[in-house]
Design a protein around this ligand. Structure first.
Ligand code: MN
Length: 346
């Protein structure tokens, strides 16, 4: 803040507010100065702020958020305030600028992103716990899943098991996709049923202490039919090679390239159309991103997914995803559900 000539920050993105204060409520803003944190919120969240963030001052507003922010900024005599331009609508900014004065507001972009990408021990502990819970839930599900079950039934079982295990909820809407639906990267579970020899793709995760986990496995009743049996092996090989490439100082895009080359060499280059992986944390998708389009290096404390996939429209798709922590010298694969071709067959 000092370097940028700012004497205050206005943080409006809920996950950033959580990162700085432990307060998880929505519809709230945070004013940060060198000495103090002010959480601007309303009656519904007053007690929650007192519990989660007793070190912050709570402003329980009765008027518009922009007006309340302008009052705090005025009371603190702040002259130049950074606001998160990537998280504010044009309309909100217009009203805020009208209250505060446009010259006092300086857009800041990505200030917390890099800080949040590097996890400390407490954050890692939560991610590991979320992974433990989701893996236990998956093992239970694997025992119960039957031919003829619908995607929605499987989704419900899995979500329940994760909650029973202590998960705070799914880290994103669970994907359960059977047969040809599995080539939809973000399939929405429906009434399609599990059939023999077809992929049952399950992409899921849970939350612990606000931190997300994210894994994908593909199961099948009996061996997968051609060509998906071969596709499975290609995806697995690409995933394992990419995981091996992870260590501090490696270019993000080079990790992506390792998996992409294996998939392209097998003839499926154009059927792997998304990035290799993404950071996980308070957000399910955060920095760093493993993709050919980005600059940057892996650092100790990064936690990324590695999730290559091959998608054949009308036939089906295979994606295998694990969560990997970058350590001081290499990597630690945090998830360990079986993924060999044999283990995928029920
Ligand atoms: Mn993912």
């Amino acid at each position: 803040m000092k370097k940028s000539g700012l004497d205050g920050l206005l943080i409006t993105y809920p996950r950033d507010i959580q990162y700085l204060t432990d307060f998880t409520g929505e519809d709230s803003w945070l004013v940060v100065t060198a000495r103090q944190l002010w959480i601007l919120s309303d009656f519904r969240l007053e007690e929650q702020i007192a519990r989660s963030s007793p070190f912050a001052k709570a402003v329980i507003r009765t008027k518009a958020m922009q007006k309340a922010a302008a009052e705090v900024i005025g009371d603190l005599k702040l002259r130049r305030i950074g606001f998160q331009s990537e998280h504010m609508t044009v309309q909100t900014h217009k009203v805020l600028a009208g209250e505060v004065g446009v010259r006092k507001l300086k857009p800041i972009n990505g200030w917390l992103v890099e800080q949040r990408a590097v996890k400390d021990e407490v954050e890692l502990k939560h991610i590991r716990r979320a992974i433990r819970i989701q893996q236990q839930a998956f093992k239970q599900l694997r025992e119960e899943v039957r031919l003829g079950m619908t995607e929605l039934e499987i989704t419900a079982l899995l979500e329940n098991h994760m909650r029973e295990g202590g998960g705070e909820g799914p880290s994103f809407p669970i994907i359960v996709a059977t047969g040809p639906n599995s080539s939809l990267c973000h399939a929405i579970p429906g009434k399609s049923r599990v059939r023999k020899g077809q992929p049952l793709l399950i992409d899921f995760g849970t939350v612990s202490g606000g931190y997300c986990s994210d894994m994908t496995r593909v199961l099948s009743f009996g061996p997968l039919r051609k060509p998906l049996d071969e596709v499975y092996k290609v995806v697995l090989e690409a995933q394992q090679a990419a995981i091996e490439a992870i260590k501090p100082g490696v270019k993000l895009r080079d990790v992506d390239a390792v998996a992409r080359k294996i998939i392209a060499d097998a003839g499926y280059g154009d059927r792997f159309g998304h990035g290799l992986g993404h950071g996980i944390g308070l957000d399910i998708h955060e920095q760093p991103v493993l993709s050919g389009k980005v600059k940057g290096l892996l650092q100790p404390g990064h936690v990324v997914t590695v999730e290559p996939g091959i998608y054949l429209p009308g036939v089906g798709g295979i994606r295998i995803e694990d969560d990997v922590e970058v350590t001081a010298k290499g990597r630690r694969v945090l998830s360990n559900l079986p993924k060999t071709p044999k283990s995928a067959i029920i």
